[in-house]
Design a binder for this molecule. Structure first.
Ligand SMILES: [Zn+2]
Length: 534
């Protein structure tokens, strides 16, 4: 250290858990110019600011490896619901959905397609390069991915057919442009249109582009219910065939017929990893999923676009066909459910008074059958309804959450309790995922140790992403740090009352700047879009 110079920050007196999964130790963390300058016991380094971390845990900032915060960060750059849990990096653009590229004349179509997810976001025509370059400063760091659904929408709309060679070439060019312009990789959402119209060959062709560009692939697999094992094998085959890193998103077993399969499903992924394949997965610690309501219906319902779907859903013969399909196969993506009382309206842009009501309740109060109630609802809400569906077994969620090698993704957006993103009744995971693991899952349920929990949200996530200088507390790494009280940390967001911040996190540092100070947001926006090789 040059004589007379001072560090920016010294986080002193805390119990350091460095993200490697090993035991903690008492040590101080010195920060200078955005990076960690030193990690040493009882440091005497002078600093402009000393933060007292006595009685608290000091950890690398948490990595939320699977989010949709690209839908909300431009509206909520302070990333309140995430940063207050100690999240310092959000990986966005998941499940095949990205808001760029939006080719000339196609921004309105993309807005309509994403309205049940990106409800309040304005859409503009843009290349991916311009989108990434214009992404606003935020409190968290951000990784952006380009979505396969978006690319297919730009190329072939919502048509249910294989791409022509020219269309595939056009899609490869759009992917190349996105990767050159700042996309970390490609995400797919093969569970819904138009991603589900793509076969394995289309995905492998795009994965070969990723391989050439040293980029990665993440996937919401083709099915998370009755054909979930097949779908996970399809994802593993992408790694096996192309060598590209594959991130399997929000691992789960939906539908009562699939409950109890978590150990076997984890075993398949672990076996692939043991064979040396670059495969990771992530999960959130809740038994309830959230999705557009329309995605519960058979996939053919969405063919040729949202207006076509809305027209179709009004027809009696279509409803009969839906009723037969659901009776035979269960719900698309979610399998068989005990009743429509496990499906609850979360966000309903055109019928906001229904947030919190179940579809079972809505059907009973109208004296109609559930499929009529669902079809009518989708039409009345213009296809934009978002629901919560309790479709998983606790035992499976606990098994997956307890695996130290499974990384953590909220699958949620950065929200705030006030302002435009504070509307409706979104999934509590948007506010509570990481705090819930560190609090209830570690402390109350004993699913894993605190060191393992921190390891899976930091070091393991950084390895999965190929980030060498984050997710770890050591000299030279970026200074992304979370300081929290291990006896107090926890989620407060519930299904009935979701807009509540987690508690127990006192200090959060992003790129060396203090964003949460004494539990309050400082307003600092030091986060940036991370780029490969930058
Ligand atoms: Zn997803």
């Amino acid at each position: 250290m040059p004589a007379g110079s001072m560090d920016d920050l010294l986080i002193r007196g805390g119990h350091l858990i460095d993200g490697g999964g090993g035991p903690g130790r008492d040590a101080d963390v010195a920060v200078r110019a955005g990076r960690i300058a030193a990690v040493e016991p009882r440091s005497a380094r002078p600093a402009h600011r000393v933060i007292d971390a006595r009685g608290q845990v000091v950890a690398p900032g948490f990595i939320d490896i699977h989010t949709h915060s690209d839908f909300t960060l431009p509206l909520n750059p302070r990333a309140e619901s995430k940063i207050r849990q100690g999240v310092t990096l959000e990986v966005a653009g998941n499940c095949g959905f990205s808001v760029a590229p939006a080719l000339p004349g196609k921004a309105a179509m993309l807005r309509e397609y994403l309205a049940s997810s990106a409800t309040w976001l304005p859409f503009h025509e843009t290349t991916f390069t311009d989108y990434a370059a214009g992404f606003p400063p935020t409190s968290v760091n951000v990784i952006l991915q380009v979505g396969h659904n978006t690319l297919r929408l730009m190329t072939a709309g919502l048509e249910n057919r294989p791409l022509t060679p020219d269309e595939l070439a056009a899609m490869e060019r759009l992917l190349e442009e996105a990767l050159a312009g700042g996309a970390w990789g490609l995400s797919s959402g093969l569970f819904t249109a138009p991603g589900n119209f793509a076969d394995a060959a289309e995905i492998h062709a795009l994965a070969r582009v990723l391989r050439r560009r040293h980029a990665a692939y993440s996937t919401h697999v083709r099915d998370e219910a009755d054909r979930g094992f097949e779908a996970v094998r399809e994802a593993i085959a992408v790694a096996e065939t192309t060598g590209v890193h594959v991130q399997i998103a929000h691992l789960k077993l939906s539908g009562v017929d699939n409950w109890g399969g978590a150990a076997r499903l984890l075993g398949e992924i672990a076996a692939a990893r043991h064979r040396g394949l670059p495969v990771d997965c992530d999960a959130y610690p809740y038994d309830t999923a959230t999705n557009p309501l329309r995605n519960l219906l058979p996939r053919w319902v969405m063919e040729n676009g949202i207006p076509a779907m809305l027209e179709r859903l009004g027809r009696r013969d279509v409803r009969t066909r839906i009723r037969d399909d659901v009776a035979r196969n269960g719900l698309t993506n979610f399998g068989r459910i005990p009743s429509w009382d496990v499906v609850r309206v979360a966000i309903s842009p055109h019928l906001p008074e229904n947030a919190g009501r179940t579809l079972g309740d809505i059907a009973r109060s109208r004296g109609v059958d559930a499929i009529d109630a669902v079809a009518d609802y989708i039409v009345a809400d213009r296809g934009e309804t978002r629901i919560l569906i309790t479709s998983m077994a606790d035992a499976d969620v606990h098994e997956i959450t307890g695996a130290p090698w499974v990384t953590v993704g909220s699958d949620g957006n950065a929200l705030a309790t006030s302002g435009v993103t504070g509307q409706g009744k979104p999934h509590p995971r948007y506010y509570g995922t990481h705090a819930r693991i560190l609090g209830p899952c570690v402390r109350d349920l004993g699913l894993l140790t605190l060191e393992q929990a921190i390891g899976k949200m930091t070091g393991a996530a950084a390895r999965a992403l190929g980030l060498a200088d984050r997710g770890v507390l050591r000299a030279g790494a970026w200074a992304d740090v979370a300081v929290f009280d291990p006896a107090r940390i926890g989620d407060r967001s519930t299904y009935a009352d979701p807009h509540r911040y987690a508690v127990g996190v006192s200090t959060v540092v992003v790129n060396g700047q203090v964003v949460v100070d004494g539990g309050d947001h400082t307003g600092a926006l030091p986060g940036r879009v991370l780029r490969r090789g930058a």
